[in-house]
Design a protein around this ligand. Structure first.
Ligand SMILES: [Zn+2]
Length: 323
């Protein structure tokens, strides 16, 4: 009998990262290709199809796909997708299930939101470790704030909690959804980098950070995180404030969901200083009934990093189509 294999693909705005795994989720082969998201949905879907075809030329392997998209409850239709030009508004929903079933000539195909896939991966292979935690709340801190909630291995629908309103005052930044008071408006990486640039230019807070160091938005999160860790006053001020907003957001989410474990992923979480500061902010903001819902020690940095999306998607496909 041929060993069961499975494919996981994380189709982001910049890269499409695909991999073939064993039934035990051991990595067998991986491929990374530039995403064609900026060229529209047809080019983007073509690029995803190419990656899968390269990983399984003969077909017949279950595929799990992780997309930065708002999907319908049955996960068959893209309702909105910020990074693909013709899918931004959701005026023309795309039935993604039909698109790929046709292209790959297989019905063994599942698709899920990227933060939900990352949450599944953390529950299965990271801090959840399957049996240890019944439920796990995961937050990915990046250009957007992705959230996923997993209970006993099953991802829960909804949880667009990056758009949780957390402030009474409008921020000087607008979330992609239009809000100026939600968690994403307050702590999205581009806003924090912009704050750092403005502060360096104004020269009011002591810092060794320079404008050229903040020029590349892909490198800036790691830089800010490391500088905060080594004591830079400006980096600590900006990230400290962001972590207080995150703590309030997590407390709000937790009083609804009572998670056993909370994990935070994304490039910004590049040092232990961030975890310690977040834990302090959670302790400082716990009061009343909310303090029953979350304690600082339940919060961890995500273990899986960049691989979370595709391995979570692969596990989803295994759950659905294991022989
Ligand atoms: Zn929003």
């Amino acid at each position: 009998m041929v060993e069961q294999e499975v494919i996981g693909v994380d189709a982001g705005a910049t890269w499409i990262k695909g991999a073939r795994y064993s039934a035990e989720l051991e990595l067998l082969q991986e491929i990374k290709q530039a995403s064609a998201a900026a060229e529209g949905s047809v080019a983007y879907f073509d690029a995803i199809a190419e990656v899968v075809a390269a990983l399984a030329p003969e077909g017949g392997v279950p595929v799990g796909l992780s997309l930065p998209a708002l999907l319908s409850r049955d996960s068959k239709t893209i309702l909105a997708m910020a990074n693909v030009t013709d899918l931004q508004t959701g005026d023309q929903p795309q039935v993604v299930k039909d698109i790929f079933t046709e292209r790959w000539n297989t019905a063994q195909f599942v698709v899920q939101n990227d933060a939900h896939c990352a949450a599944l991966a953390e529950w299965k292979l990271g801090w959840g470790s399957g049996e240890v935690s019944r439920s796990l709340l995961h937050l990915t801190w990046g250009t957007g704030i992705g959230v996923g909630f997993v209970v006993e291995g099953l991802v829960q629908y909804g949880w667009e909690a990056g758009h949780l309103p957390v402030s009474w005052e409008a921020a000087d930044w607008r979330c992609g959804c239009g809000s100026t008071v939600d968690l994403e408006a307050l702590i999205a990486v581009p806003r924090l980098v912009e704050q750092a640039r403005a502060a360096v230019t104004a020269g009011i807070v002591a810092t060794k950070i320079t404008l050229p160091e903040l020029a590349d938005i892909r490198e800036a999160p790691k830089l800010l995180s490391q500088r905060a860790s080594s004591g830079d006053a400006l980096a600590q001020q900006i990230l400290g404030e962001a972590l207080t907003w995150m703590a309030r957001g997590l407390l709000g989410m937790s009083v609804i969901s009572f998670p056993d474990r909370v994990t935070i992923g994304g490039a910004m979480m590049a040092s232990d200083w961030l975890l310690e500061t977040l834990r302090e902010a959670i302790e400082a903001n716990r009061q009343g009934f909310v303090s029953r819902a979350l304690e600082a020690r339940q919060v961890q940095r995500a273990k899986l990093g960049n691989e979370a999306g595709r391995v979570g998607a692969a596990w989803l496909a295994l759950q659905a189509f294991s022989r």
